[in-house]
Design a protein around this ligand. Structure first.
Ligand code: PRP
Ligand code: URA
Length: 232
C-alpha cells in the first residue's frame, strides 16, 4: 500500500489560525480547502489563468459568507407535499461596489449569487511611492442609501483605499452598519485602522496575514493582486 504524508482534515473542526480580530471583523472558516486555494494564489509560480480560477473560487466563498450577514424576514411557503415550510427571505435590497481595479475581479462572483445585482464602482489607486490612496472616480446606484452595500476589494493592506471608499459611501448617505467589506487577504494593521475609524462597518476576510513590509505590501501576502489577476 502506498504511504502518504497528507493530513486528512476533520470534517467538522476547522483550526482557527492567526491573531484575534477586531470586533467588527470575521474570517472565513479556516479550512484546509481555503488554505489550499490560498496557497495556490500566493505561489509566485502560479500562472495567470490558475490565479484567476482559484481567486474566483475564494471570492465565491466570501460572497456566500457575506450574504449570511444580511437580515432576513420570516416567510412561509407551501411545498409540493402540501405542507407549509416556515423559512426566511432576504429583507433588504443590496448592491455591490467594487474598488477598481482589483475589486472588479469580485463582481462576477457576486453576480453568480445575486442575479442582476446593481454594481457601483469607485476607482482608487495607491500611490506606488507613498502607498497613499487617490480617488479618481465614483459611479454608484442612485438609491444606494436605501441598500445594503457589499464593498469589494481583494486586498486590505494599510486600509487607506477602503477607508476612502467608505467615506464616499457615507457621503452618499449609506449608514456604516449597512456596509459589508469583503476581502481575500487582510493585514492586522488594516483591520485595526478600519475598525478605529468605522467601527460599525463589517469586514469579512479570507485570511489575516502577519503584517506589512516596508512598501506597505501584505506579508507573506500574494503580491499585487490587480497585476496578477488582470495583467501579468
Ligand atoms: C490595491 C488593492 C487595494 C489597495 C490596498 O490596489 O486592490 O485597493 O491596494 O492597499 P491599502 O489598504 O494600503 O490601501 P492598487 O491601488 O494597487 O490598485 P489596483 O486595484 O489597480 O491593483
Ligand atoms: N495591494 C496589493 O495588491 N497587494 C498588497 O499586498 C498590498 C496592496
Amino acid at each position: 500500500m502506498a504511504s502518504t504524508s497528507a493530513t486528512l482534515p476533520s470534517a467538522t473542526t476547522a483550526p482557527t489560525t492567526g491573531p484575534p480580530l477586531p470586533p467588527n471583523s470575521t474570517r472565513l472558516p479556516q479550512t484546509a480547502q481555503l488554505d489550499a486555494l490560498l496557497t495556490i494564489i500566493r505561489d509566485k509560480g502560479t500562472s495567470r489563468s490558475d490565479f484567476i480560477f482559484y481567486s474566483d473560487r475564494i471570492i465565491r466563498l466570501l460572497v456566500e459568507e457575506g450574504l449570511n450577514h444580511l437580515p432576513t424576514l420570516e416567510k412561509t411557503v407551501q411545498t409540493p407535499t402540501g405542507l407549509p415550510y416556515k423559512g426566511v427571505s432576504f429583507e433588504g435590497r443590496i448592491c455591490g461596489v467594487s474598488i477598481l481595479r482589483a475589486g472588479e475581479a469580485m463582481e462576477s462572483g457576486l453576480r453568480e449569487c445575486c442575479r442582476s445585482v446593481r454594481i457601483g464602482k469607485i476607482l482608487i489607486q495607491r500611490d506606488e511611492e507613498t502607498a497613499k490612496p487617490k480617488l479618481f472616480y465614483a459611479k454608484l446606484p442612485e438609491d444606494i442609501s436605501q441598500r445594503w452595500v457589499l464593498l469589494l476589494d481583494p486586498m486590505l493592506a494599510t486600509g487607506g483605499s477602503v477607508m476612502q471608499a467608505i467615506d464616499v459611501l457615507l457621503q452618499q448617505g449609506v449608514p456604516q452598519d449597512r456596509i459589508l467589506f469583503l476581502n481575500l487577504v487582510a493585514s492586522p494593521e488594516g483591520l485595526q485602522a478600519v475598525y478605529k475609524k468605522f467601527p460599525q462597518v463589517r469586514v469579512i476576510c479570507g485570511w489575516v496575514d502577519d503584517g506589512l513590509d516596508e512598501n506597505n505590501y501584505i506579508v507573506p501576502g500574494l503580491g499585487d493582486f490587480g497585476d496578477r489577476y488582470w495583467s501579468s
